[in-house]
Design a protein around this ligand. Structure first.
Ligand code: C2E
Ligand code: CA
Ligand code: CA
Length: 509
């Protein structure tokens, strides 16, 4: 009940939105963790694979170099040229095979005898050079492989096409480049120079065979592309889950309000009011007291009878302050009228079993009786036989305190429950109220009459004051009269009415 504030609309909405964001945040966290793990695994695998494939390609160049190595230094005659051309035709990926002496190329597979300069110092590790093209195919990248034998050697041109195809195939979720010295080739075959790399996390793998490295950059956008490719289901699922959790949160918080908070609200607004039903003596049918019966004066629904809210009030514990409210209202209205009440006029209040563990009940009774100190009245607490009071130290001290105050205890609905003689004695029950279901059967059939006789007989033998409840007809009155019961109560004498009406009808007459 203390959590009542949770059902306020703006709190419900705020908490539901919060629940959505918590689920969404957790989902995002899970997806990004999963993605970064997956992406890292996939890209490092691609990286290793790319090194393997580039090594294989360069191995071809190395194979060609092996074959023509013995021609280095020889004259560039027809036989030598033919041998160079033969390698181009034989070995895959090889575009040109050239022989050089010092810093000059002197024999080529393409042009035969031809002098060209070669800047050997540009070769990374003396072995590899990335080129954006050559005089024959200017826009077509290639990688040159150099095999040096004491200042002379072989230069093999490897087609960049194979290399950037490798890069292209293996860079679906990252930026992958083949780096030689300070130059690198991207997956489009474009050659770059310097440090102009895209932003992101870099992973490098060196080739163990050749002086180049493969460099992989996981750019920020790569994560998203990876998520869209591999985690689309989670992307849909988590927001949906978030909406579901938010909705459930909203519904759940609503339950903090509901009927109990409605009761609490009604209590604060004092919408629970006492109706009074007269209790008359069994001989002359003169007013001797009344029973206080609670009603809920609902602003929209009108008067609500107790069976619709008492069970929930008991369950929630609200019955205690509600009963206190009944006592206070009756006390405030009848205290000033005490002199108009007959001697020994009694007020009966219904008390539920749960209330009998609460020592404040004694204080409430004291305050009630105090209001009638100039013209004392009898205060009766009615306990229903359907809910037996458990015997404990608290209940016993409560009963003793009540007895000391002169409060009387009535056993309500007698005959419907399971109270034993010991129970009745242990709790010092003063009054038995024979349940209206027995009275209602009077005159219906012979067996019913028999049962009524037995209940009355039992009550009489317990030697307690007896009230017959629920008397509606003259037949019932006539049937009961010979038993000389102390009190009668029922519609026949008067229905429960609001206090002002009760005062008007019963006290001013
Ligand atoms: P109850 O204590 O047995 O009260 C008697 C019920 O019988 C009342 O119903 C009363 O209006 C009804 N009644 C009285 N005479 C006749 C009659 O001649 N014929 C018929 N058919 N009915 C008659 P009500 O006021 O609807 O209360 C129902 C029950 O609700 C009460 O039964 C009592 O158990 C509970 N209740 C009422 N007020 C309170 C309260 O302030 N506190 C607690 N804990 N329970 C209450
Ligand atoms: Ca009662
Ligand atoms: Ca009753």
């Amino acid at each position: 009940m203390a959590l009542n504030w949770l059902n306020r609309p703006h709190i419900r909405i705020c908490l539901s939105v919060l629940a959505f964001f918590i689920v969404a945040a957790l989902g995002t966290l899970a997806i990004s963790w999963q993605t970064s793990q997956g992406l890292r695994r996939d890209t490092t695998a691609s990286l290793a694979q790319s090194v393997r494939l580039v090594d294989l390609t360069l191995n071809n160049a190395s194979t060609a170099a092996d074959s023509v190595q013995n021609l280095v230094g020889k004259e560039c005659d027809q036989n030598v040229i033919q041998a160079l051309r033969w390698e181009v035709a034989r070995v895959p990926n090889v575009r040109t095979v050239n022989l050089y002496r010092g810093d000059r190329i002197y024999c080529t597979s393409l042009f035969g005898k031809k002098i060209d300069y070669v800047s050997t110092e540009k070769y990374n590790g003396g072995e590899l050079l990335l080129m954006s093209g050559n005089p024959v195919t200017p826009g077509h990248p290639l990688i040159a492989y150099r095999r040096d034998i004491n200042g002379n050697g072989v230069l093999i041109g490897v087609d960049g096409y194979f290399l950037h195809n490798i890069l292209d195939l293996l860079s679906t979720h990252s930026y992958l480049a083949l780096q030689v010295g300070d130059q690198w080739m991207d997956s489009k075959g474009k050659i770059h120079l310097g440090e102009n790399w895209p932003n992101g996390e870099r992973i490098i793998q060196h080739s163990t065979q050749y002086p180049y490295q493969m460099k992989l950059v996981i750019r920020n956008g790569d994560h998203w592309r990876y998520i869209f490719d591999y985690a689309t289901a989670s992307l849909v699922l988590f927001p949906l889950l978030g909406v579901f959790v938010a909705f459930m949160t909203y519904l759940l918080l609503g339950r903090f309000g509901g009927p109990v908070s409605a009761l609490k609200d009604a209590l604060a607004k004092k919408q629970f009011i006492p109706f009074l039903q007269p209790v008359v003596d069994g001989t002359h049918h003169r007013l001797t007291g009344c029973e206080v019966l609670m009603r809920w004066q609902h602003p929209q629904s009108g008067l609500i009878p107790p069976y619709q809210f008492i069970p929930l009030a008991e369950e929630s514990g609200l019955i205690v302050p509600m009963t206190r409210l009944m006592m206070a209202q009756v006390r405030d209205q009848f205290g000033p009228l005490a002199t108009q009440l007959s001697d020994d006029f009694h007020f009966g209040f219904n008390i539920c079993a749960g209330h009998f563990k609460d020592l404040t009940l004694v204080e409430d009774c004291k305050a009630f009786l105090h209001a009638f100190k100039d013209k004392p009245v009898k205060l009766v607490l009615e306990l229903t036989e359907r809910e037996l009071i458990e015997s404990s130290e608290i209940t016993h001290s409560l009963f003793s305190a009540l007895r000391r105050l002169g409060v009387l205890i009535a056993m309500d609905d007698f005959g419907t429950g399971h109270s034993s003689l010991t129970y009745l004695q242990k709790f010092h029950i003063d009054i038995l109220k024979i349940d209206q279901s027995f009275i209602g059967r009077i005159g219906t059939d012979a067996l019913a009459g028999h049962i009524v006789d037995n209940v009355i007989d039992l009550a009489k033998r317990l030697q307690m004051v007896i009230v017959a409840e629920g008397i509606e007809t003259q037949t019932q009155v006539d049937y009961l009269t010979p038993y000389h019961l102390e009190y009668f109560q029922g519609y026949f004498f008067g229905k429960p009415v609001p206090t002002t009406e009760f005062i008007e009808k019963w006290l001013k007459r």
